[in-house]
Design a protein around this ligand. Structure first.
Ligand SMILES: CC(=O)[C@@H](O)[C@H](O)COP(=O)(O)O
Ligand SMILES: NCC(=O)COP(=O)(O)O
Length: 256
């Protein structure tokens, strides 16, 4: 059984920062605090409207990070003008990646209007379009992960289009868990993870994972390599303090 890496998603720190025209709280300072407290990686998901993480945050993080940097987003999202004073335009996901060269790029099929991520790729539709993108990202030195639902036929296609890893979209598991009825959902994720691993894809997971549902998930997916967590983590850190919060999440992941 692997001990999955814990990558902390900083979207919600940027969201608080953006509620003022100041640089407080600083996303880079918070990243450093997370690293000092034991995070294994940092994740951001810049969206074209720059509602939370901005392109400039990605550049600043790339310059200072000493742990794995994971940038998530839709590679086909077009550049978007910023209507906020002092904030640079969104240059497009691939432009951000070309400039920052993160260790990992997680491609997500979100439209601009989405409130949050809510589904994985349908690679019967977008597989061919993704192939050259994946090739370019690999040539830049990035590991490429595709945001996927736990569907075996789709995971087969993720391998065929050249992905290194998949990130399983865990929203449905988190919903089922909160309703006390997660066995069937968990089995689907466990089967999907075993299949992906067997065909040579690494397995990451994320979305609405939290201190209640994480340990059960990790134990059912013995090959899980990484989780990225932001929304619940940010709230838990208010209650527990950052250090204890990281330690609590690491305990759920089997790290003592
Ligand atoms: C791909 C994914 O599941 C996460 O990046 C999550 O969607 C966080 O994004 P928001 O913080 O914009 O909800
Ligand atoms: N990839 C998932 C992620 O980065 C964080 O998702 P959430 O914990 O904010 O739901």
């Amino acid at each position: 059984m692997t001990t999955p890496a814990l990558s902390i998603n900083l979207n919600k720190i940027a969201l608080i920062r953006n509620s003022r025209d100041t640089e407080y709280p600083s996303v880079t300072d918070h990243a450093q605090r997370c690293i000092d407290a034991g995070a294994d990686g940092i994740t951001v998901h810049p969206r074209p409207d720059q509602r939370h993480i901005r392109a400039d945050d990605c550049y600043a993080l790339a310059d200072m990070l000493s742990v794995e940097f994971n940038i998530e987003g839709n590679p086909f999202a077009a550049p978007m003008k910023s209507d906020r004073k002092g904030v640079s335009d969104y240059p497009g996901f691939l432009e951000i990646v070309r400039r920052t060269r993160p260790a990992q790029c997680t491609l997500v099929p979100d439209s601009n209007a989405q409130l949050t991520s809510d589904h994985g790729f349908d690679l019967t539709q977008s597989g061919e379009q993704l192939k050259p993108v994946i090739e370019e990202l690999k040539s830049l030195g990035c590991r490429v992960s595709l945001f996927m639902d736990p569907v075996i036929s789709q995971i087969k296609l993720a391998k065929a289009v050249g992905a290194d890893r998949i990130e399983l979209y865990t929203g449905p598991y988190a919903d089922a868990f909160s309703q006390g009825d997660h066995e069937a959902s968990l089995q689907a994720f466990s089967d999907a993870s075993a299949f992906a691993t067997a065909i040579g894809l690494g397995v990451n997971a994320g979305h609405d994972l939290n201190l209640l549902n994480l340990e059960t998930f990790r134990k059912a997916l013995p090959d899980l390599l990484e989780v990225s967590i932001g929304h619940a983590f940010t709230v838990d850190a208010i209650e527990l303090g950052l250090r204890d919060c990281i330690a609590s999440y690491q305990r759920c992941l089997g790290k003592h």
